[in-house]
Design a protein. Structure first.
Length: 321
């Protein structure tokens, strides 16, 4: 090794320190009901861009309110649809309350919702599509937040927040707002008649991160033609977060068809399994989660609560998987 080569190497490391290379990944941290496990109500995940922007997806019932110490800085809150297990009608009093099979979700977040309370405390923007933004803007205002932090992004458009491009994509599911979230006399009337308020169609999301990674977040959905033509062929995600819960959404076989034949990502994170999927961090035999993993052609990662996974711009898991 010549002195000149050595000096050039030192100069390169000074210009591009190792910390820069270490930060060129998107970090995904599930916030589930039990540390190190994948449990019944687990939906919530934090996506952290290499530039530090942090996005909370479907806070639901396992984020222990706005004071949950696991949240940290949150810049964006995503809500795929208005059902209580995603918007957050109630939640854990503290992280890990209860057990994987019997979670303690005794704290009511009504009528504001867990998601709105988190957005108000953190100052995050709520990004949704359909008819949800106006309802959430009013909720932010009622909870003491800024109604302008409810941002609309409908199908075919993009919003860039904190260097991350965000759009919504179609999902096949229901999306009514329950009377409990509406409150007042109108909410009581909705409950008495057994109907829900109109919120437009539910959505999934596509996120484009600053390192080039494109992620598809399915939300609650069945199989749709748009998963191939819009998500797979146009956005071309390298990472998918896929619901596998069955009955209400795609089951494990249907979800495997979506990722294998329609979306075709390089890697998948299972989500919304509606079951106790793991024990001591290992997938339980015979579960929907195991069925989905066996049926999928690409690597499937299990979202163990509190365990951070890192993905490079091509969808390769570089740590935590």
């Amino acid at each position: 090794m010549t002195i000149g080569f050595f000096l050039r190497s030192i100069s390169l490391f000074a210009m591009f320190p190792l910390a820069v290379y270490a930060q060129s990944v998107v970090k995904v941290t599930p916030l589930g009901g039990q540390e190190g496990e994948f449990c019944r109500f687990d939906r919530a995940m934090i996506f952290e861009d290499p530039n530090g922007t942090r996005i909370l997806y479907d806070a639901g019932r396992t984020v222990a309110g706005a004071a949950d110490s696991r949240l940290g800085k949150i810049d964006v809150v995503l809500i795929s649809h208005m059902h209580g297990d995603h918007l957050g009608d109630r939640h854990n009093p503290t992280p890990n309350a209860g057990s994987c099979d019997k979670p303690d979700i005794s704290v009511s977040a009504l009528p504001n919702s867990n998601s709105v309370n988190i957005a108000v405390k953190t100052g995050a923007k709520i990004v949704t599509g359909s008819e949800m933004p106006s309802f959430l803007a009013n909720k932010l205002k009622q909870a003491g937040g800024d109604e302008k932090n409810s941002i609309l992004v409908r199908f075919g458009a993009m919003q860039t927040i904190g260097g991350v491009d965000i759009t919504t994509v179609p999902a096949a599911h229901s999306n009514g707002i329950s009377g409990d979230f509406v409150g007042s006399r109108l909410g009581e009337l909705l409950k008495e008649t057994g109907i829900t308020a109109y919120a437009g169609p539910p959505t999934g999301y596509v996120l484009k991160f600053s390192n080039g990674l494109v992620a598809y977040l399915s939300g609650d959905t069945g199989i749709t033609a748009e998963q191939k033509e819009v998500v797979g062929e146009y956005y071309k995600p390298q990472l998918a977060v896929m619901n596998i819960g069955d009955t209400f959404t795609t089951g494990p076989k249907e979800a495997a068809y979506v990722v294998n034949e329609l979306v075709e990502p390089k890697a998948v994170i299972a989500s919304h399994a509606n079951e106790v999927a793991t024990s001591n961090g290992k997938v339980i035999a015979g579960t929907r989660t195991e069925q989905f993993m066996k049926a999928s052609k690409m690597p499937v990662y299990v979202p163990l609560s509190g365990k951070t996974m890192s993905f490079d711009g091509k969808g390769k898991c570089t740590a935590g998987c």
